[in-house]
Design a binder for this molecule. Structure first.
Ligand code: FAD
Length: 325
């Protein structure tokens, strides 16, 4: 019996959100007096998988089938279910990512497991049940949910759990075959086109985000956003009206109807802070708001607020970041 952790990898590396998920799974395993095994999906290197020992993982299963490099819902579900059977996993922990959300619900049906998404804390065990805290109503509230039954699936929200780093610990990497057939790849993508992200930082995984709203006045001023993002190593984002009028591409739009981000740092430039925008960003660790209107609603959600004109503040801020290195 073990806890199974689903680890997402990209270009050979384990994603940061999966380091948190691995740490979460290891702590649940410790709570249950068992060990945490990981099953890796995506393009992984053996060295990066072995390093999951630092997060408390003892063993990593990896199916080197090349068609698993990109997300395929049916095949990923079968792979994780097979690993779960082999390990007799009572608890499966995955990221509350697009992949985690898609696979988690399928797994719950397949394994007759109870599922909680958007989980923000370690569970409290009560007999065979778990009480878990999850974000609800676009992060405006929390719900305590009881997971019962023999199998439980927990999708952990990014940035809710500190990743463990026990330097020097390594996990044993084992090859694993889920005996996948062509029929498992019927929903495989024909081609994966990477979105062109400024600075090369993918928005959903970004640790820092610089975001612009209508206060930026037009696309010709986005160099101010990009310069700050580049200096910080951040991804760029925008409010919905900005992408609606094609100042920025739609994949940069954050909020209720766009991407949800939870970086360590979110800098909002000339964004009013409408509830629909906040829904996608309010779980960021530190929110900095730059707005010339001191009454802008975003200031209520801000950790730091700068009342000022973006055209004045942004160049100075970028310069200061560059000077600090
Ligand atoms: P504005 O509301 O026009 O605000 C611009 C801000 O810039 C103002 O606060 C102003 O004071 C400030 N400003 C102006 N000039 C300067 C300057 N020179 N320096 C500094 N500050 C300046 N919105 C989203 O963002 N994401 C969503 O997912 C989303 N989903 C929605 C879903 C629904 C169903 C609906 C009805 C709306 C949705 N919206 C969403 C739209 C949302 O309600 C707001 O209209 C939108 O977020 C406002 O964008 P904004 O803040 O960029 O623009």
């Amino acid at each position: 019996m073990s806890v199974l952790v689903v680890v997402e990898c990209d270009k050979g590396e384990v994603k940061k959100s999966s380091l948190e998920v691995a740490s979460y799974g290891a702590q649940v395993a410790q709570m249950l007096g068992t060990t945490a095994t990981a099953v890796a999906v995506g393009e992984a290197s053996e060295a990066s998988l072995a390093q999951l020992g630092e997060q408390g993982i003892t063993k990593v299963l990896y199916d080197a089938e090349p068609r698993l490099k990109d997300f395929v819902n049916g095949a990923y579900t079968k792979l994780i279910a097979a690993a779960s059977e082999q390990e007799q996993a009572k608890v499966i922990v995955l990221a509350n990512s697009n992949i985690g959300a898609a696979v988690g619900s399928r797994l719950a049906i397949r394994l007759k497991a109870s599922l909680a998404t958007n989980v923000v804390e370690l569970p409290q065990a009560n007999g065979n049940s778990f009480m878990v805290k999850r974000g609800a109503f676009s992060g405006k509230a929390f719900a305590n949910v009881v997971l019962s039954g023999d199998r439980k699936i927990i999708a952990v929200k990014k940035n809710s759990i500190e990743a463990l780093h026990n330097a020097g610990q390594t996990a044993q990497v084992q090859s694993f075959s889920a005996q996948l057939a062509d029929a498992d790849f019927t929903d495989a993508p024909k081609q994966v086109v990477m979105q062109d992200q400024a600075g090369g930082v993918l928005l959903p995984e970004a640790d820092k985000v610089v975001s612009g709203g209508r206060g930026m006045k037009g696309p010709e001023n986005w160099n101010l956003i990009e310069d700050l993002a580049k200096a910080l190593g951040a991804a760029t984002a925008c409010s919905k009206p900005v992408s609606d009028v094609d100042w920025r591409p739609h994949h940069e739009h954050v909020g209720q109807t766009g991407i949800t981000v939870s970086p360590n740092l979110y800098i909002a430039c000339g964004i009013s802070g409408a509830i629909q925008h906040l829904a996608g960003v309010n779980s960021s660790k530190v929110i900095v708001v730059i707005n010339k209107d001191p009454e802008a609603p975003f200031f209520k959600a801000a950790d730091y607020g700068i009342v000022g004109d973006v055209f004045d503040v942004l160049p100075k801020l970028t310069q200061a970041v560059k000077e600090l290195g």
